[in-house]
Design a protein around this ligand. Structure first.
Ligand SMILES: Cc1cc2nc3c(=O)[nH]c(=O)nc-3n(C[C@H](O)[C@H](O)[C@H](O)COP(=O)(O)O)c2cc1C
Length: 141
């Protein structure tokens, strides 16, 4: 299975989540390309079985501009996207950007929402989410 993980991270939580997902996928013998949104050269979702899109959430549940630019750069709504993100429940709309992207792309799998760092008890959320996404990915691959 070919997977791309495209993510945006300022303070490291979403990056840490992306790297954990990468580690888990590599242990299942998937091939994984990491894409840092706003830094790396554009990617083509059609080159992958699954594109995992990761973002943090910005003020009042909004999607960061760099992620919006990434969405525009893709230019269409691929059916092989799943969304994950980190946020903070102290803010008004926890992981609002994840919900917005899931809705926009009409994702077949719910978004993964992590509170700050993914280390510790939240790792099991990643495992469950990834299992579902990969099962779905195999069906559409
Ligand atoms: C100014 C500011 C506004 C934020 N607004 C939200 C928000 O509305 N909803 C949310 O869930 N998290 C919010 N957060 C929390 C971040 O999304 C969270 O810390 C995230 O893990 C940061 O990701 P990163 O470490 O990958 O940059 C906000 C953080 C800052 C600094």
């Amino acid at each position: 299975m070919r997977v791309a993980i495209a993510y945006l991270s300022y303070s490291g939580n979403t990056e840490e989540t992306a790297e954990l997902i990468q580690k888990k996928l590599l242990s299942r013998e998937a091939s994984v390309d990491m894409h840092r949104i706003g830094i790396d050269a554009p990617i083509h979702p059609s080159n992958y079985d699954v594109l995992l899109l990761g973002t943090f959430t910005w003020a009042n549940g909004s999607t960061p501009d760099e992620v919006k630019d990434f969405v525009l750069e893709i230019g269409y709504k691929p059916t092989n996207i799943a969304v994950f993100g980190t946020g903070d429940t102290q803010f008004g709309y926890f992981c609002g950007a994840v919900d917005k992207l899931v809705k926009f792309y009409g994702c077949k799998w719910p978004g993964l929402k992590i509170e700050q760092s993914p280390r510790g008890s939240q790792e099991s959320l990643i495992d469950t989410w990834l299992k579902g996404v990969m099962q779905h990915g195999k069906r559409i691959a």
